[in-house]
Ligand binder design. Structure first.
Ligand code: WTA
Length: 635
């Protein structure tokens, strides 16, 4: 959503404009131009030592020589895209009023860009909110960013030059940005006092034939709540020209969002201006690219750069950081959640996490126990947990809950809903599209979206083969997914992590999830291996909590858990306790390594350079050797 895309000549203009006198201090710039205008020809710079004109002189000149008076003033105060050729051409007898003929400018550029270029951190607005003593300062940079975002959003919703936009918002920075956003794209705004009734609002919207209304969920005035969105809902029933209602949040109240309604906030993380966004991913991973660097910075957010690990100096590191930095959104990987869960709740509870509002998870399916822990322990059952599904190739989040929407049900361990522009299709093995709910298949997409990969550098054919061959006409993610009756999506894991036990196909993630529901087991990894009778059998690697107790007991409990939760055939034939699982630096379990170890193909482990700690290979190898020896003696 870069301002660059506004296409109103702003950037060209910025590059070519001459410098200006300082914007701050007294007299304001306009006054110095005025004085110069009075002391020389139009727009000329007074010679050193020339005394500025006095106010009486200026008054006389303004009355007698309007062009000489207003011309230099307009030239210096405003930023012209196209210079005017005539300052004025007015005739009251015919009602002709013409000023600055031939000239073109964009007032939002004059209000914002020129100041951002010189002193972006100067405060543009001090918002004295209804709640006493809670003022907010908005810099020119922030105001420009919000304006550009809104301008782009308006354009995306079909608002063109000359269209009318109703702004039904109380005095607030967002209302100011909405005005400037309209000006920026050449739309005409009609700002309607937010105390007007639905009927008065409808009348004004209809007079101007507005295409869009921008409003808040609620307003606050003198401590009273005003149900702005409800009033807009009522009004637009009588406004046939309204195509969209853009809704921002002034309070926490969730309001009904209907067909016309578009939420204005960032949608998955519920990011609000001024929030501290804490994505703890490494920038060497796509999550770091999109949600530490590009996403937050493009949106003018404050982004936390986390250099350390979740357990250094102790397992309280994340939560101590949340308390100290007052992080509002925390975005991390399930692997870290499972690791911390293993260390117990005390490390979390020790710190104040009241700043947190949204807890995001990415990178792997988050099992139910980890989800619940994040929700109940970290989020005190108060924060929203968003399980976000996406891939390096998708550029950004594709399937995720959207907490800012009304009635936004969020179910544990579910990525839930496709994001804007994402059209999923689930395919069966033969490439038929699976319709309706309660179906599982290969997760594909039928339509392109802006952030997706365009090629593989230097090997376009590989790009085509990897993503577009399996299901012609569709992008294939490589993942499997289940769509519920309610139309929600749950990711079941990589398709190549599917095993076939006695003819039953199931994702290894399903078995892992069932086992991880055991209170003593924070992490598991299941792989398939050839079996004479069953075709394939499941082999489970499990990590136990420090205080897990009798491990034989845990193992037998795990077997019955899987049998009850899935089916008897899904119970792993072998279960091996390990201290930790082999993981990549981005936290993904390297199941292929485990498979090779079990298959005895240790000479050909493949590329292990992405392993977080290569010593894990010998650790697992010797644990597996002990396991085999034990089996041999017991037989
Ligand atoms: C997996 C990471 C389940 C999936 C952004 C995907 C997930 C791969 C989720 C991409 C999730 C990511 N639930 N599985 N919420 N998020 N994945 O390229 O298998 O490092 O294809 O991008 O991670 O990993 P990548």
């Amino acid at each position: 959503m870069a301002a660059r895309s506004l296409g109103c000549g702003v950037w060209r203009l910025l590059g070519s404009l001459p410098g200006h006198a300082g914007a701050r201090g007294w007299p304001p710039r306009g006054v110095s131009a005025l004085r110069r205008a009075a002391s020389g020809p139009s727009g000329s710079v007074p010679a050193a030592g020339v005394q500025p004109a006095s106010y009486p002189t200026l008054r006389v000149q303004a009355a007698q020589q309007p062009a000489a008076f207003w011309g230099p003033l307009a030239q210096e105060t405003l930023l012209w895209d196209t210079p005017y050729h005539t300052v004025w051409d007015c005739d009251f007898s015919s009602g002709k009023i013409g000023w600055f003929l031939g000239g073109q400018l964009n007032v939002s550029v004059s209000c914002l860009d020129q100041h951002v270029r010189k002193s972006p951190e100067s405060v543009a607005l001090i918002w004295e909110r209804d709640e006493p003593g809670t003022e907010v300062r908005i810099t020119y940079r922030e105001l420009l960013e919000t304006t550009c975002r809104l301008a782009n959003l308006l354009k995306r919703h079909g608002v063109c030059r000359g269209d009318r936009v109703a702004i039904y918002m109380p005095v607030s920075p967002l209302a100011v940005a909405a005005m400037l956003a309209c000006a920026r794209i050449g739309a005409v705004h009609t700002v309607i006092f937010a105390g007007f009734s639905a009927q008065s609002l409808a009348g004004r919207i209809n007079d101007a034939k507005c295409k869009v209304v921008i409003t808040f969920n609620q307003g606050l005035r003198g401590g009273r709540v005003v149900e702005l969105k409800e009033i807009v809902d009522e009004a637009v029933k009588h406004c046939p020209t309204i195509q969209y209602v853009l809704v921002a949040h002034r309070t926490d109240k969730k309001v009904h969002m209907g067909n016309l309604d578009v939420p204005l906030e960032q949608l998955v993380f519920d990011y609000q201006p001024g929030d501290i966004f804490g994505c703890v991913a490494d920038i060497g991973w796509i999550t770091g690219h999109s949600y530490v660097v590009y996403g937050p910075l493009c949106n003018g957010a404050t982004s936390v750069l986390f250099e350390s690990t979740p357990v250094y100096p102790d397992p309280g590191r994340y939560w101590e950081m949340v308390q100290r930095l007052k992080i509002n959104q925390f975005y991390g990987a399930p692997t870290a959640v499972r690791l911390l869960l293993k260390h117990g709740d005390a490390w979390v509870k020790k710190y104040d996490r009241s700043s947190l509002r949204t807890l995001g998870s990415v990178g792997e399916p988050i099992n139910q126990e980890a989800w619940e822990w994040l929700h109940k322990v970290v989020g005190d059952s108060r924060c929203t947990v968003v399980d976000t599904w996406w891939q390096t190739e998708t550029g950004g989040i594709c399937i995720a809950p959207r907490p800012s929407e009304e009635g936004a049900e969020i179910l544990p361990s579910m990525a839930m809903r496709p994001f804007f522009g994402i059209v999923p299709a689930l395919m069966d093995e033969k490439g038929n599209i699976l319709e309706g709910g309660d179906v599982s298949g290969a997760l594909c997409f039928s339509q392109a979206w802006p952030g997706m990969a365009r090629t593989i550098y230097g090997d376009h054919q590989r790009f085509v083969d990897a993503y577009f061959k399996a299901y012609p006409g569709y992008y294939f993610s490589g993942d499997g997914a289940h769509r519920t009756k309610g139309g929600y999506y749950q990711i079941t894991g990589r398709m190549d992590d599917v095993i076939n036990i006695s003819g039953h196909r199931l994702g290894t993630a399903e078995i892992e999830d069932a086992m991880a529901s055991h209170p003593a087991v924070p992490e598991t990894a299941v792989i398939g291996y050839p079996h004479d009778i069953k075709g394939e059998a499941a082999f489970a690697f499990i990590v136990l909590k420090d205080d897990a107790g009798d491990s034989d007991m845990v193992i037998s409990e795990l077997r019955s858990t899987v049998a009850t939760k899935i089916a008897k055939y899904a119970v792993p034939d072998q279960i091996l306790i390990v201290k930790r699982l082999p993981k990549t630096r981005s936290g993904k379990v390297m199941r292929r390594l485990l498979r090779k170890i079990i298959l005895g193909r240790t000479q050909d482990l493949g590329d292990t350079t992405t392993l977080e700690d290569p010593s894990i290979i010998t650790e697992i190898l010797s644990a597996y050797q002990r396991h085999k020896d034990k089996k041999a003696t017991s037989q």
